[in-house]
Write a protein that binds this ligand. Structure first.
Ligand SMILES: C[S@@+](CC[C@H](N)C(=O)[O-])C[C@H]1O[C@@H](n2cnc3c(N)ncnc32)[C@H](O)[C@@H]1O
Length: 190
C-alpha cells in the first residue's frame, strides 16, 4: 500500500517531479518511479533502482517498456544503499527528488539509506527525499524512527512529516491494514 500512498501524493503534487531528475530507491515493482516518470515531460531523467536482480532483470524493464514504448523512457539500475555511490553519481548525476516507498524497516539499513540520500540528493533548497514509512509493529516500541532521526542529523538532513489526511489511498489503507503509514520529507540542512 505504501507505493499507492506515495504515488497518490505525487499525483496530487505533480509540480514536485515535473522536469527534474528523480531517483527511486528500493523500487520493487517500480510503481512510484513510473508514476513520477508519467508526470514529467522528461521520463528519461527518472531512474528506478533496487539491489534485487530479479526485480531489475525482468519486472521493472518490462513495466518500463510497456508504459513507455518510446525511446525517452525511465532507466533502471542496480543500487545497493551505501555502496559505490561515487560511481553511481558519476553515471547518473544527482537528483532533485528521491523517492522511497516502504524502504525503512530494518534499523541497520537506515544509515546506508540516508547516506545514499545525502550523497545523491542535489543541493537545491527544494531538493527532497520523500519516503512512506509503514509502522508495522504498533504494539512494540518503535526503534526505527528514532534511529532515522539520529542518522538524519548525522548526515545534515532535516526530517519532517507531511499530513496524509487528504490522501484517499492512505484512508483506504488505514481501513484495510493493521498498521499506520507516515510520509516523511528529508532535505539538506541549509
Ligand atoms: C518492502 S519493498 C518495497 C518495494 C517498493 N518500493 C514498493 O513499495 O512496492 C523494499 C525494497 O527495497 C529493496 N531493498 C532492500 N534493502 C535494500 C538495499 N540495502 N539496497 C537497495 N535496495 C534494497 C528490496 O529489494 C525491495 O525491493
Amino acid at each position: 500500500m505504501s507505493h499507492h500512498i506515495l504515488s497518490r501524493y505525487l499525483l496530487d503534487n505533480p509540480s514536485m517531479v515535473r522536469d527534474v531528475p528523480v531517483l527511486e530507491l528500493g523500487c520493487g515493482p517500480g510503481l512510484t518511479g513510473l508514476v513520477a516518470a508519467r508526470l514529467t515531460s522528461h521520463p528519461g531523467r527518472v531512474v528506478l533502482t533496487d539491489h534485487c536482480h530479479l526485480v531489475l532483470g525482468e519486472l521493472v524493464p518490462r513495466s518500463i517498456q510497456h508504459n513507455f514504448p518510446n525511446s525517452d523512457r525511465p532507466k533502471c539500475a542496480y543500487l545497493h544503499w551505501g555502496s559505490d555511490l561515487p560511481a553511481f553519481q558519476q553515471k547518473y548525476g544527482r537528483f532533485d527528488v528521491i523517492l522511497g516507498a516502504d524502504v525503512i524497516y530494518w534499523t541497520e539499513y537506515v544509515e546506508p539509506l540516508l547516506q545514499t540520500v545525502s550523497e545523491l540528493l542535489s543541493a537545491k533548497p527544494s531538493s527532497c527525499f520523500l519516503t512512506i514509512y509503514e509502522e508495522r509493529y504498533l504494539k512494540a516500541p518503535d526503534t526505527t524512527v528514532p534511529e532515522m532521526l539520529n542518522v538524519a542529523h548525522k548526515y545534515n538532513l532535516t526530517c519532517s512529516s507531511i499530513s496524509l489526511d487528504n490522501n484517499p489511498e492512505y484512508q483506504e489503507a488505514r481501513k484495510q491494514e493493521k498498521c499506520d503509514f507516515k510520509l516523511y520529507i528529508f532535505k539538506h540542512k541549509s
